[in-house]
Design a protein around this ligand. Structure first.
Ligand code: NAD
Ligand code: WQD
Length: 365
């Protein structure tokens, strides 16, 4: 199949492009390079021996997106692309509380512009990067897809919730569309080659990149944000998932939408609705997580073991908006997609460390 991947040079996008190519698909990448480097896709090309045409464009530029989506279509007027994998967006939770408009504009308005361009090109299949953040502070863990979405604690989370709603409404209104909403838990790690990985700009917001930068000597110590949570060791518990497993989940979701014929117009012209559920069947939702939660202290210990380095830590106050524990019930993805995470915490930390050690300053180093 031929895919347009937005946010293709980013952390998860670049790993997904690699897995798509390995699975035999063709990819065109789009990114405005606001939070990533062109170098990531060059490395994906080197790793796979396959070309990835790249267009530097902003998803908010509807004309540019329509041009990309319509380009190179076969002369018989068939569609140029089979689907869009949509990773592009801003993702820094703290920044989103300071610049909410920028977040709604990039994420929500950007997605609307992309959808409009897709419609104009007749490309009506999308795999969307959502987030476990849409569950807010859940009443209980593990979190299944049937858990009602909650109230995210920041504009970033709300932007994901809004996009999910837009996509659900679109799928309900038009049976030709098929959309997969993938709710990621905590993606970490890197490709086992150590050639591509997470390269945050400035001070890392997330735990594993921060630990990695401490290990490589770029930062002094990790601040543990709170050790008085109602968890076994008092630190926050999360479902860390290896980015390669996550990327493979996208390939499975794509195959599901295509093979299950999701989104093909049925004779009634109605959007199929899943029984006993408000979600249209042409807009499935899957959690992508491991189902296992680890605390901050367990993550630090695993990283120390994988790297052979000591990570100095100090306990700091809780970070506003953080919750005690969050981990997935990944049963639905296993049953419907035949997908489950294969890498454990040790592999996640080993690969995160290999990437950081080989690229101490990231792609620009
Ligand atoms: P990333 O920042 O590495 O990748 C996002 C990419 O989108 C970047 O390359 C950036 O330059 C690009 N981009 C941003 N705005 C754009 C725009 N208007 N037009 C074109 N390109 C634009 O982040 P990531 O970790 O790879 O995340 C990918 C997606 O997954 C995002 O939508 C994010 O919200 C979502 N997500 C990430 C996590 C996580 O913890 N990393 C968790 C859940 C969901
Ligand atoms: C993990 C744990 C922190 C940094 C965020 C977003 C979420 C999703 C994934 C996009 C928590 C603790 C962290 C540090 C620490 N992103 N921590 N010291 O907060 O679970 O999720 O990224 O959709 O929306 O909110 O991930 O990696 O920031 O934190 O102690 O320097 O590590 O308190 O318990 P989080 P994280």
């Amino acid at each position: 199949m031929k895919l347009l991947v937005t946010g293709a040079t980013g952390y998860i996008g670049s790993h997904a492009v690699l897995e798509l190519l390995e699975a035999g698909h063709e990819v065109v990448g789009v990114d405005n390079l606001s939070n990533s480097s062109r170098e990531s896709l060059r490395r994906v090309e080197a790793l796979t021996g396959k070309a990835v045409p790249f267009v530097q464009a902003d998803i908010r530029d509807r004309g540019a997106m329509a041009a990309v989506l319509n380009a190179g279509g076969p002369a018989d007027g068939a569609r140029a692309f089979d689907a869009v994998m949509h990773f592009a967006g801003l993702k820094a939770v703290g920044e989103s509380t300071e610049q909410p408009v920028a977040y709604y504009e990039n994420n929500v308005a950007g997605t609307l512009s992309l959808l409009d361009a897709m419609e104009s090109a007749g490309v009506r299949r999308m795999i969307f990067s959502s987030s476990a953040t849409v569950y807010g502070d859940p009443q209980s863990v593990p979190i299944a897809e049937t858990t009602p979405v909650g109230s995210p604690s920041n504009p970033y989370g709300f932007s994901k919730l809004m996009i999910e709603q837009i996509l659900r409404d679109l799928a309900a209104a038009d049976p030709r569309w098929s959309v997969a909403l993938l709710r990621y838990f905590n993606p970490v790690g890197a490709h086992s080659s150590g050639r591509i990985g997470e390269d945050p700009q400035g001070v890392p917001n997330n735990l594993v990149p921060y630990i990695s930068q401490v290990a490589v000597g770029r930062r002094e110590a990790l601040s543990i944000f709170g050790d008085d949570y109602p968890t076994p060791d008092g630190t926050g518990v999360r479902d860390y998932i290896h980015v390669v497993d996550l990327a493979r989940g996208h390939v499975r979701a794509l195959e599901f939408l295509v093979n299950a014929g999701v989104g093909q117009t049925d004779p009634s012209g109605q959007s199929p609705r899943a029984a006993g559920d408000q979600a249209p069947a042409n807009c499935p939702v899957w959690n992508l997580g491991t189902g296992r939660g680890y605390s901050v202290r367990e993550a630090v210990a695993a990283f120390e073991k994988a790297s052979g380095r000591t990570i100095p830590v100090r306990v700091a106050p809780r970070r506003p908006g953080d919750i005690a524990a969050c981990y997935a019930d990944p049963t639905l993805a296993r049953e419907q997609l035949g997908w489950e995470a294969e890498h454990g915490l040790e592999a996640m930390m080993r690969d995160a460390w290999r990437w950081q050690r080989q690229n101490p300053q990231g792609y620009e180093g």
